[in-house]
Design a binder for this molecule. Structure first.
Ligand SMILES: *Cc1c(COP(=O)(O)O)cnc(C)c1O
Length: 369
């Protein structure tokens, strides 16, 4: 039995949790207000603590993690546990599945999560049932006898939306926990726990921290008992976040709402303009968030030439940073063959939209018919 602390619930009696997400992002996760107390959370660098308290050792807790966890927990409406990376949070959540249990997942999930599920299935740890979760009838069939449903909305990289409230009802009826990877939408646009999901997972590497300078993950549970099990996995496996990363993530989180609003406004405008661009065959944009995919006319080679030609847009994987980036998704061998070869996924940042458009148009010019 691993010694572990219970997960940190949001501060009792706090008014913050009834306020709007913009207010929560700015105000939650701060030290108590007292004369000469710091307004910002301190970075507590400690592997050990004086005996006699609840924490004792650095793998079981850290005051800087707790500040970040209380802010993200308040935003999502649950109890948050932070991890070394998004994948560590994914792995901890999957660890809740009993041996031999069934996980329902969709082909449009993050490919690292699907790869982990497949590896665990090969070793006999669990069974995976793939289902299109945008089709709720096929979801219902797959959920029979399942232990966990793994959902993402919008999906990656085709950006389809899943009706999470309906899926939560169907998961509950089947006796399965519903975990939602909310990395793309963020709690500014979508709060799955409010519509019945059990666990929300984040790669805070992306929008929550927002500056492409760290790796960190969180799992947020509605039920404190589940949150305790998530902490136990972290303590037992040592998948703890770096203290400085937790501090930076919280610093980035303070502007989450502004970044998401601006990225979304830019994405809406670019989706409209791209839809009538002669080099573009199809635009995938769900109307929310800052992620956008386009299928280009032309070949793999011309698509690669476009992604290499931009001067403002960064040619790189990942997403959710202040800077706009793009990549041809099929350049990754692990990407699903359902994704068209000439699909370019764009993570729209917070720059001036006309500058972004100008740079894209120059890069797309050689593809014009
Ligand atoms: C990046 C990402 C992950 C994995 O997060 P890391 O921080 O890279 O480990 C999981 N889910 C989604 C949707 C992601 O985009």
């Amino acid at each position: 039995m691993t010694p572990h602390l219970p997960a940190t619930p949001p501060a009792p009696g706090s008014q913050i949790h009834t306020m709007a997400p913009a207010t929560v992002a700015v105000s939650a996760g701060r030290p108590p207000r007292q004369p000469d107390g710091p307004m910002n959370p301190p970075i507590v660098m400690a592997s050990t603590y004086h005996a006699g308290g609840d924490v004792g050792y650095g793998r079981y807790g850290n005051p800087t993690w707790e500040m970040l966890e209380s802010a993200v927990g308040a935003l999502e409406g649950g109890v948050a546990t932070s991890y070394a990376s998004g994948m560590a949070a994914v792995a901890a959540t999957i660890e809740l599945v009993p041996v031999g249990g069934v996980v329902v997942a969709a082909p449009g999930a993050y490919y690292g999560s699907l790869a982990l599920l497949r590896r665990l299935e090969e070793r006999g740890r669990l069974r995976v049932r793939m289902a299109d979760l945008t089709d709720l009838d096929s979801a219902t069939e797959a959920l029979q006898g399942a232990d966990l449903c793994w959902a993402e909305s919008p999906t990656n990289p085709l950006l389809h939306l899943v009706d999470l409230e309906d899926l939560a009802g169907r998961s509950r009826a089947a006796g399965a926990l519903l975990a939602v990877d909310n990395t793309f939408a963020t709690p500014i646009l979508q709060r799955p726990l409010e519509v019945g999901a059990d666990i929300v997972v984040h790669s805070a590497t992306k929008y929550l921290s927002g500056h492409s300078d760290l790796l960190l993950g969180l799992a947020v549970a509605r039920d404190p008992g589940i949150a305790d099990r998530l902490v136990e996995v972290r303590s037992g496996t040592g998948s703890v976040p770096g203290t400085f990363e937790a501090w930076l993530a919280l610093r980035g989180l303070r502007t989450l709402h502004l970044r998401v609003e601006r990225a979304q406004a830019n994405a809406v405008e670019l989706a409209v303009r791209l839809a009538s661009h002669p080099a573009v065959a199809r635009v995938h944009f769900p109307g929310i968030g800052g992620m956008l995919s386009v299928e280009l006319h032309g070949t793999v080679a011309t698509t690669e030439a476009v992604t290499a030609a931009t001067r403002l847009w960064v040619h790189a994987t990942s997403l959710g940073g202040v800077e706009s980036s793009l990549e041809r998704r099929r350049r990754w061998p692990g990407e699903s063959t359902d994704v068209p070869e000439t699909l370019v996924r764009l993570s729209v940042g917070i720059e001036d939209v006309d500058d972004l458009w100008g740079d894209l148009c120059e890069a797309l010019a050689p593809v014009l018919p």
